[in-house]
Write a protein that binds this ligand. Structure first.
Ligand SMILES: *Cc1c(COP(=O)(O)O)cnc(C)c1O
Length: 391
């Protein structure tokens, strides 16, 4: 008999009833150190007082109206995002994959309005992840995501991650955009080197095509800049945002330049819930924290500390771990043991990590994690690795 919950998830057996900062707590009081943060969602940790206040204040006043009317919280969040980024305009969604949908529509409408409607193709990369909607799975293109779900949305061209020649060769007169994660999350915490990201920007400029960054996972201060592409000193035309921006409230966004967004006129796109007062009130509180230069400096300081400790962990367990990778507090441990076994051993040691492709475990702690908690996290990972070696 099919379970009450559609069985699309392979869930771990823990049931958390409370969150406090970097900690997730079960009913029996067991406390797990959370290096997953709901897959880079709880950027400010669990139950951050400023987010609880923003949510409960708004909940007492007004939950939902409609995008038929003015929504001041949405306006305020758009203005904060524009102030701190390359973008001129923002649209709010409830998720990352909805941001992907709009990014694709925006790119196509751009070319349609420019009188080049044949430019429908979007070049994307192997190992990428852009969500589970029809556009999202077609964009990622992996068999794992697409098998059995055809016919797939046409217009996506796939290039191997890191294959510069193939990328150049893939550009034709039907190419409209390149879509790339500056740091692949699901793909195994694979950072696109700054020179390569610059190269992609140059390539887009040369051919006059749009550059779309998917920063759903690597954005919102995760890498130590508000958005990961800032490390390369370049800007996209369109960016997809979600996960961290809501700090746990379902919220996403597409940010774009005025030029890239020029096709999206009244009536061309919409969402019932996207940008509702609750989500945007929380999003504003998240932005107020993550745009503070002192906050970003702390993320970078802790990232350096964490990397150093992880290098020590790898050296201490050469049979379990291969190497450290990642940027900022978006870290990965490439494993020699099966990554899922390492994650499970972590549960035994009361530390939460997240598996990714390429036999990597992801470490995406709340950006607010303390130095003591980081030290404790390494102790628990060390215990997990020791238990694996003994098994
Ligand atoms: C999680 C993720 C998405 C999809 O976001 P949802 O909110 O799950 O729809 C898209 N792109 C990247 C890079 C992601 O990590």
């Amino acid at each position: 008999m099919i379970p009450a919950l559609l069985p699309t998830y392979a869930r771990a057996p823990m049931t958390f009833v409370k969150g406090e900062g970097s900690w997730l707590i079960e009913a029996d009081g067991r406390r797990f150190l959370d290096l997953g943060a709901g897959i880079a969602v709880n950027a400010l940790g669990h139950a951050h007082p400023a987010l609880v206040k923003a949510l409960t204040d708004q909940a007492g006043a007004l939950w939902h109206t409609s995008n038929l009317y003015q929504i001041p919280q949405q306006q305020a969040l758009a203005e904060k995002l524009i102030e701190h980024t390359f973008a001129d305009t923002a649209f709010f969604t409830n998720s990352g994959t909805e941001a992907c949908e709009l990014a694709v529509k925006m790119a196509r409408k751009y070319w349609y309005d420019k009188g080049q409607p044949e430019r429908t193709d979007i070049i994307a990369f192997s190992g990428s992840f852009h969500g589970r909607s029809s556009a999202g799975i077609a964009a990622a293109g992996s068999e794992k995501m697409t098998k059995g779900f055809g016919p797939l949305l046409p217009g996506f061209v796939h290039v191997d991650f890191g294959d510069h020649d193939a990328l150049h060769a893939a550009i034709t007169d039907t190419t409209g955009a390149i879509l790339i994660e500056p740091v692949q999350g699901e793909g195994g915490i694979r950072t696109v080197p700054d020179q390569c990201l610059k190269g992609v920007r140059d390539l887009c400029d040369e051919h006059g095509i749009l550059l779309i960054f998917d920063e759903v996972q690597c954005g919102v201060a995760r890498t130590g800049k508000l958005f990961a592409h800032e490390w390369a000193g370049i800007a996209p035309d369109i960016i997809m945002v979600a996960k961290g921006i809501g700090g746990g409230f379902p919220l996403g966004a597409v940010l774009a330049t005025e030029n890239a967004a020029s096709g999206m006129t009244a009536g061309t796109h919409g969402s019932t819930y996207g940008g509702n007062p609750l989500g945007c009130a929380v999003g504003c509180a998240v932005m107020d924290h993550v745009t503070d230069p002192a906050f970003l400096a702390e993320v970078n300081r802790k990232a350096a500390l964490m990397r150093q400790k992880l290098e020590g962990l790898v050296a201490a367990h050469p049979d379990v771990f291969d190497s450290v990778r990642g940027t900022g507090l978006m870290m990965g441990l490439k494993c020699k043991a099966a990554n899922t076994d390492v994650v499970t051993a972590g549960y035994g040691a009361l530390v939460i990590t997240v598996p990714a492709a390429d036999n990597v475990i992801r470490l995406l702690p709340p950006l607010t994690i303390s130095d003591d908690e980081l030290a404790e996290a390494i102790d628990r990972l060390d215990a997990a690795a020791t238990s694996l070696a003994a098994a």
